[in-house]
Design a protein around this ligand. Structure first.
Ligand SMILES: Cc1cc2nc3c(=O)[nH]c(=O)nc-3n(C[C@H](O)[C@H](O)[C@H](O)COP(=O)(O)OP(=O)(O)OC[C@H]3O[C@@H](n4cnc5c(N)ncnc54)[C@H](O)[C@@H]3O)c2cc1C
Ligand SMILES: C=CC1=C(C)c2cc3[nH]c(cc4nc(cc5[nH]c(cc1n2)c(C)c5CCC(=O)O)C(CCC(=O)O)=C4C)c(C)c3C=C
Length: 469
């Protein structure tokens, strides 16, 4: 079958070939659509419409004809205003709005404003990079670092803020300190010409949909039939293109140099390419590069990933004691339990019509996966389901049994930008240059893990080649 594919590919005049190892496109964008209309997300569930990267994604959504599929969550929605922490056995609403900044909001022992004002006086750091925890502890105090930032890193990277790099995970805040000596001043005054020029280079004029997101102050959006709709629509659009071929179930097994290009080894057969855009995880790329690219492979292998155990739950009726986007759990409270998303609050349209129901997603593991669960392979679903429902009972007081559940282990699903990630990226880029490899990198392993970042990285990779076509 595959050798037939290799022969077919050689025969066609396609100038662009997309190869996907698995039986579906979209990677971690994965949604279950039940026959009764319920949608459960097993990967990302909301995309932020903010900034050039956010507009770029919405422009693509519009171009793919998905405007009518968009489910926006506006600024004044309860899911935008209410986000919780589970700390010392209790749920706490995170400070929001002006009131939340001036008042002391438990579990914090002083108003956020006090920490923010003090931040302006803190001396500028000198390190080339710093862990997220060290940076925030130095500038805003131990309490915010131990609780709020610890949670934030678990809810974006499923990662440990004591290992993650401030420079690579939160570049605007790192650059703000560098430019103005303070996060607060940097955010208020801007970080100077360098950043502005960078934004201009992005050149993302907003579509009507992106303008609408701005006008209506969306905080995030999803799609009526789930996030998986996006790669499906993209696949359909690509299949209509004359010079593009897309293939699934075709893992790239190896790469060797052939003249000025590559020979791509498939399971059975091979195809030739002038240039490769790699959108596979860094470690997967390392394992297919030729031995001559040993040092590049080594740097790619250093980009670690973590696994997440994800449990979707559906309960009969409206069973939540609070309403909001969900809650995060600091590692000091429970290392294994990262947080719970209250999916039916931001996206009630994904719930089955008729009788009320509550959909939750419990996420576990991340940077603590190995120490808490062992190897991700072969874990008992019942154990993970039990752990998830016990957390829902302890955190939310829900004693009912779920009427539907789905357990999955997402192995190596999220890259970790550990301390010194920027240096690794420099070594990777310079290795590609030094060996004149016709290779461009895209995807979550390098310059941002969000859906927006990843889509923008693909666009940039393609644009960098346009001159060569
Ligand atoms: C649980 C979870 C929740 C998340 N929540 C959000 C969120 O709310 N908002 C947000 O913006 N982001 C979120 N993210 C992050 C975001 O979803 C991911 O970072 C992003 O989808 C990664 O996309 P990617 O294309 O870089 O990588 P992947 O999705 O990993 O895709 C890589 C593809 O390469 C294929 N592949 C691998 N090896 C080969 C090979 N040898 N040959 C051919 N193909 C190969 C794989 O099969 C896969 O399809 C979340 C991630 C997870 C895991
Ligand atoms: C409330 C609980 C949350 C859990 C549990 C959670 C898990 C989780 N998230 C990611 C990756 C990303 N999440 C992102 C955005 C995001 N996540 C939550 C909450 C939880 N996430 C919220 C409220 C948001 C929106 C943030 C906002 O509006 O300010 C993103 C995108 C970040 C961006 O820059 O756009 C990513 C990436 C993983 C891997 C994960 C697993 C435990």
């Amino acid at each position: 079958m595959t050798s037939q594919l290799a022969a077919e590919v050689r025969k066609t005049k396609s100038s662009h070939l997309l190869l996907e190892a698995s039986d579906r496109f979209g990677g971690w964008l994965s949604s279950t659509r039940r026959e009764d209309g319920t949608v459960f997300e097993h990967g990302p569930r909301g995309v932020r419409p903010v900034g050039a990267a956010g507009w770029n994604t919405l422009n693509m959504v519009a171009e793919l004809g998905l405007e009518s599929e968009v489910l926006p969550v506006p600024y004044d929605h309860v899911a935008s205003k209410n986000r919780f922490l589970f700390f010392k056995g209790k749920l706490h609403k995170m400070p929001s709005g002006l009131g939340g900044v001036f008042r002391t909001v438990p579990p914090f022992s002083r108003p956020l404003l006090q920490s923010v004002l003090k931040e302006i006086m803190v001396k500028r750091g000198k390190a080339e990079d710093e862990t997220v925890h060290a940076f925030v502890e130095r500038r805003l105090g131990a309490e915010l670092a131990d609780i709020a930032i610890d949670c934030l890193c678990r809810g974006v990277f499923a990662g440990d803020c004591r290992q993650l790099s401030m420079r690579s995970c939160f570049p605007p805040l790192f650059n703000a300190e560098r430019a103005r000596g303070s996060i607060v001043l940097g955010m208020v005054l801007g970080t100077g010409e360098k950043q502005a020029a960078h934004m201009l280079r992005l050149h993302v004029p907003p579509s009507d949909l992106a303008k609408r997101s701005n006008k209506e102050s969306w905080t995030q959006w999803s799609l009526k039939r789930g996030m998986q709709t996006l790669p499906e629509a993209l696949q359909d659009a690509l299949m209509c293109e004359k010079h593009v071929e897309v293939h699934k179930n075709v893992p790239v097994k190896g790469l060797t140099r052939a003249g000025s290009g590559w020979e791509i080894k498939l399971e059975d057969g091979a195809v030739k390419a002038d240039h490769i855009i790699s959108a596979i995880p860094a470690q997967a790329l390392a394992s297919v590069l030729p031995p001559a690219a040993k040092s590049l492979s080594q740097h790619l292998r250093e980009i670690a990933t973590v696994s997440v155990a994800l449990v979707n739950l559906e309960y009969e009726g409206s069973i939540l004691p609070v309403t909001g986007f969900g809650h995060l759990v600091p590692s000091s409270e429970d290392k294994a339990l990262l947080g719970v998303v209250y999916d039916s609050v931001p996206f009630p349209q994904h719930s089955r019509p008729g009788a009320p129901s509550t959909r939750l997603t419990v996420m576990m593991g991340g940077a603590w996966f190995q120490e808490e669960f062992g190897k991700p392979e072969g874990l008992a679903e019942q154990e993970l389901l039990g752990r998830a429902t016990r957390a829902v009972r302890a955190h939310l007081g829900v004693t009912a049994e779920p009427q539907w559940s789905y357990v999955t282990v997402l192995k190596d699903c999220i890259p970790q930008y550990h301390l010194g990630h920027w240096k690794r990226l420099e070594s990777i880029e310079s290795s590609i240059k030094q060996h004149s490899l016709p290779l461009t990198l895209a995807g979550a392993s390098y310059y941002g893990v969000s859906v927006n970042d990843v889509i923008l990285s693909g666009r940039r990779a393609a644009e960098s080649l346009v001159g060569k076509v």
